[in-house]
Design a protein. Structure first.
Length: 219
């Protein structure tokens, strides 16, 4: 994250990063990765997590609560990854189909995304809208957990493909919708990583980062 430039990022919403404050990255793709970088120290420290498997709670929207309840009946435990990943988008789509008693066959994430962006399918469009809302809500929660005034970075393969859609979605408003902590979240920036090989920048930085699971990470 510290190696990224302005050209590698697209900001959604307001807020400015607080210098040397913790940052978080969320990577919805095949799964949902969550980690934090604490850079205030001489040597930055990565805090890995299994945050993608944390329980995904209610959202305050009856429609979305119905989707989560449906997935709970299907899976037992509904983690954030069950709704915020490629498979999660498919789960949302199928939940809508079932709830609305529609006669539609299951679709893969690429097809759902394609049909949502072209506005060819209202179910696909709603599924992608819910996906963006869920991602914004969860990202806000992760920022609060880590005190990440340095910003929330959205990585992974999905977000760059839906950037325009995401910027017009409820992503940012749901990120900020934390009741008494809305002013806190309003000051935190959310940025989508659009660098085509961001993972390689991370690999190149390993020699400067200490992972708490090891004495030191080596290149």
């Amino acid at each position: 994250m510290p190696s990224l430039t302005a050209a590698d990022l697209v900001k959604i919403g307001g807020g400015e990063a607080e210098l040397a404050a913790p940052m978080v990255v969320l990577g919805p793709g095949t799964g949902l990765g969550v980690a934090s970088l604490v850079s205030r120290l001489v040597t930055p420290i990565v805090i890995p997590s299994e945050g993608g498997h944390a329980t995904f709670g209610g959202t305050g929207s009856d429609r979305e609560d119905d989707i989560v309840r449906h997935l709970r009946r299907r899976f037992g435990h509904v983690s954030a990854e069950r709704v915020i990943s490629g498979e999660g988008l498919e789960n949302i789509y199928q939940a809508i189909v079932t709830l609305d008693q529609l006669n539609l066959v299951p679709q893969g994430a690429p097809e759902i995304t394609k049909r949502a962006l072209s506005n060819d399918c209202q179910v696909a469009r709603e599924a992608l809208e819910r996906f963006c809302a869920f991602l914004g809500s969860f990202a806000g929660s992760v920022v609060l957990m880590f005190g990440a005034r340095g910003g929330a970075y959205i990585a992974g393969g999905i977000s760059p493909r839906i950037l325009d859609f995401m910027s017009r979605s409820e992503f940012r408003s749901r990120f900020e919708a934390k009741g008494r902590f809305r002013p806190y979240l309003e000051r935190v920036p959310t940025q989508v990583i659009v660098h085509p090989a961001a993972a390689f920048l991370g690999l190149a930085s390993l020699s400067n980062i200490v992972n708490p699971d090891h004495d030191a990470a080596k290149p």
